[in-house]
Design a protein around this ligand. Structure first.
Ligand SMILES: Cc1cc2nc3c(=O)[nH]c(=O)nc-3n(C[C@H](O)[C@H](O)[C@H](O)COP(=O)(O)OP(=O)(O)OC[C@H]3O[C@@H](n4cnc5c(N)ncnc54)[C@H](O)[C@@H]3O)c2cc1C
Length: 422
């Protein structure tokens, strides 16, 4: 079987490796338009924080993919059109396939803002990460637009520098899509005073100046040397997907097996919407865990459509201002999307390590948030498992589930990000 994967970032590389595990005899090719494959986007934060404790910049390099998994990697290779059983690259070459996997990902887009240093899909290319780090090094003042996970992680990575960092967020609280209000207040109380937060202040325009940009809000104007756009992650628009059915937000429509409207063509990662298991809603989720999860599902469906996507419980983790945070499932403020009332229960697991469980009127745990000084890997995996399996509060707390070690089988079924692979 000839399998072609389009896009060689997190989901594309994971799909190539998983496909090899399922189909030892297949011919697998990975086509990437950039200069490298498997670059971990969050490596950028270590580069910015000048933290060399993280050596891991790649999920797997092209050489590792070739040597360890017999995968043909083609760099500087842009796919421009997709047909029934072949695709075409920018240089006119025709590539026949039996199965294709679209892993073309996302970028940050805004029509409102007219001039900016966009954090785009290229920021997942190491050469561009290095150039962004250089630009940031040269800037004295930096505006970050958006205080979601991406914007706040940027702010946190820059907190130890001597730069003037301004964070703009139109909502009245940052991070509200990810954490309960209480925890957001804790994070903000812990946030470095070096960051100049403008919360509840929407950016109306960013205009280019002789040097840098002018950030214009309803309240004021702020000249800065560099602007980072950390809002509105969307699938990258591609002529190659024109023949495929799309959702209203531009994501590629997929069925339960993650197959697109073209038979034998699948799509994964940031290119698609997935089902949020707790509410049954289709959601757009830009996360490494989701990229790895969808890659794994598709690998099982290449030969035959056998594995339906059970949906995501939306695990995210991040380091903000020297504390580690993980969130999975519903937050308290998402009660309006859930048919039952929600309540929370906070437990201390160790010194400076707390978990807040969110449960419904049937005492089923539907969400949880964990905070600690360092990634508490077993507790984090337990929390994901509880939400994924819908454990009762009693099973979680009274039976002390946090203390049991997860089996290999449990781990294999867990929806996790890079923490699962070290
Ligand atoms: C700076 C930054 C930091 C982040 N940090 C985190 C984090 O800490 N945790 C987390 O969970 N998520 C994080 N994310 C989100 C995460 O990076 C994405 O969810 C993840 O990269 C999605 O993987 P993907 O492979 O689906 O898409 P992408 O990573 O967007 O990759 C798509 C790839 O396809 C290639 N491509 C596109 N079109 C073509 C074409 N026509 N032909 C050939 N190749 C093509 C692109 O060059 C790219 O390499 C971060 C994102 C950014 C921008």
């Amino acid at each position: 079987m000839r399998i072609i994967i389009i896009g060689g970032s997190v989901s594309g590389v994971a799909a190539a490796i998983e496909a090899r595990k399922q189909l030892p005899d297949a011919e697998i090719s990975l086509l990437e338009k950039g200069t490298a494959v498997g670059v971990l986007p969050n490596h950028l934060f270590w580069l910015l924080a000048k933290d060399d404790s993280c050596q891991r910049a790649y999920l797997a390099t092209d050489k590792e993919l070739a040597a360890n998994y017999d995968i043909n990697v083609y760099l500087h290779t842009t796919v421009v059109s997709l047909h029934k059983s072949h695709l075409v690259t920018r240089d006119g070459q025709v590539w026949p396939f039996d199965r294709a996997i679209i892993a073309t990902g996302s970028g940050q887009f805004s029509t409102l803002i007219t001039a900016h240093e966009v954090i785009e899909d290229d920021m997942k290319q190491q050469v561009n990460q290095a150039s962004l780090v250089q630009k940031i090094d040269q800037a004295d003042s930096i505006a970050i637009i958006g205080a979601g996970l991406l914007g706040m992680t940027f702010a946190s990575a820059l907190a130890h520098t001597d730069k003037h960092v301004l964070v703009f967020e139109r909502a009245n609280l940052p991070l509200i899509r990810y954490f309960n209000h209480d925890l957001v207040h804790t994070i903000m109380a812990n946030a470095s005073s070096a960051i100049d937060f403008h919360i509840g202040e929407a950016v109306d325009d960013v205009t280019a100046q002789a040097s840098g940009q002018l950030i214009v809000t309803g309240k004021n104007s702020y000249p800065v040397d560099l602007t980072l756009l950390a809002v509105n992650t969307r699938p990258s628009t591609q002529e190659l997907t024109e023949s495929l059915q799309k959702n209203a937000d531009g994501t590629i429509w997929v069925d339960d097996y993650l197959q697109t409207s073209k038979q034998h063509v699948f799509a994964i990662g940031d290119a698609i919407q997935v089902t949020f298991k707790l509410t049954g809603e289709s959601v757009y989720l830009s996360s490494i865990a989701n990229a790895l999860r969808t890659a794994r599902i598709v690998s099982h469906n290449l030969k035959q459509l056998i594995q339906k996507d059970p949906g995501t419980v939306r695990p995210y983790s991040c380091v903000l201002f020297d504390r580690w945070y993980g969130t999975v499932g519903l937050t308290l403020q998402e009660e309006m999307f859930y048919p039952k009332q929600l309540a929370s229960y906070k437990v201390s697991l160790a010194e400076e390590e707390h978990v807040t469980l969110i449960y419904d009127t049937n005492q089923i745990v539907v969400g949880g948030q964990l905070e600690a000084n360092h990634l508490p890997i077993e507790h984090w995996h337990h929390l994901i498992q509880m939400v994924q399996k819908g454990y009762s509060l009693d099973q979680c707390i009274v039976k002390g589930n946090y203390m049991n070690k997860l089996s290999d089988q449990d781990l294999a079924e867990l929806e996790v990000g890079l923490d699962a692979i070290g």
